[in-house]
Each structure stands twice: as structure tokens, then as C-alpha cells.
Design a protein around this ligand. Sequence first.
Ligand SMILES: Cc1cc2nc3c(=O)[nH]c(=O)nc-3n(C[C@H](O)[C@H](O)[C@H](O)COP(=O)(O)O)c2cc1C
Length: 202
Amino acid sequence: MKVQILNGSPRPNGDTVYILERVKSKFPPNTEFSTLNTYEENIQPCNDCRYCWEKEGCCIRDKMDTLLKDDYDVLIIASPLYMSFVTPPLFSAISRLNFIWSNHFFLKTSKEMKAKKGVLILTGGGEAHGIVYHTCIIPDATACCAKGIEFVWNGDHAWLDDYPEAGTDITVTGRLEIYEEDGSSYLHLVDAELTWEQEILQ
Ligand SMILES: Cc1cc2nc3c(=O)[nH]c(=O)nc-3n(C[C@H](O)[C@H](O)[C@H](O)COP(=O)(O)O)c2cc1C
């Protein structure tokens, strides 16, 4: 199995890389990892040159080609949150995917990427008041956005060993309760139990 990592953190021993290493340790021993560190690779941002309005692909040649080679089975995107978004060099890389939309819209062609699994790691900072927050994401009925609900998980659980693999279907049960924080009211589940049946990254 080949895993392509797109790392948006500038800190080689930072929080994102810490979690990344833990996630990597969950893959089988013969997994081949390839990492693009966006702070080192100087991937150019899209400059709206409009080449892709008239021709297939993107005219800029840089390490973005490694991603577009599409020879991997899993893509891991990892980034600290900066102003609630991925870091600027990672956003430069993501902006370069706009040619897929332009080719599709103007040329009626589309670059076929093979189906693959994905992992998204986002780290953030802030005062957590010593509380660990768990959230399950519930894709909503429109499949457009995702909603989540916080829950307070019963018992002690070691990150990452006691957690389900990314992408696992989970069931969370608990008691719905309103709590106040910094003058706002929130809903969460307390006394929650978390169960799951299947793991996908095997
Ligand atoms: C410029 C800047 C903007 C940030 N913006 C956010 C933010 O919007 N939300 C958040 O939760 N954390 C924010 N943070 C905190 C980082 O996301 C957090 O410290 C992260 O764990 C750093 O990851 P790293 O050690 O892999 O670089 C910001 C940090 C910096 C330097």
C-alpha cells in the first residue's frame, strides 16, 4: 500500500507531525509513505492564468506533479489550523486543483483520479480548560455539509490506541444535556458510550 502525505505544518516536531506519526503507525508494516512538506517544497499557488480554460491540466510544473501522479492508495492531508483554515502553503497546493473544475466546465473533460481512502488531520490551539472534547461528525441529509455533536466519553481512553480508525462507522449513545461556556449555550451528550464494528485502514 502506498500512502501520500501532504503536510501543511511548518514545525517538524510539532503537534501535526506528532499525530501524523501516530496515524502512520496504524498502517501495515510494509506501507510505503511519501511526504510532501508544503513549507519546504514551494508549491506555487494558482495565479488564475486561465491556461486550464483552454488546455488540459495546469501549466505550472512543480512538486504538485507528485500529487497528480495519482500512484497512491491513501491520501493523508495534515495541517495546523491557521485562522480556521489550512496553512497558506497547503492552501497554495489545494488552489492548484482548480484546473480540474475549469477543464470540466470549459473543455468538458475531467481528470480521472483513482478512488482512494483519505485521512484529514487538523490541529488547533486554544484554551481547553483541561477538558478533552470528543466530537462525532454526522454527514447531514444534503451530503453538502457535516454537523457534529460533542460528547463526554465515559472512562479513560488513550489517544490513539483506544480510538476507532479514521473512517470507522461509530455509534455514540448518551444523555443530551445543555451546558454554558463563555456566555453561550451548547448541547452535548454526557455519560456517552462509543462503540464501533468495522475498521477500514487494514
Ligand atoms: C498564524 C496562526 C494562526 C492560528 N489560527 C488558529 C485557528 O484559527 N484555530 C485554532 O484552533 N488554532 C490556531 N492556531 C494554533 C495552531 O493551529 C496550533 O498551535 C497547532 O497545534 C500548531 O500545529 P503544529 O505544531 O503542527 O505547527 C494558529 C496558529 C498560528 C501560528
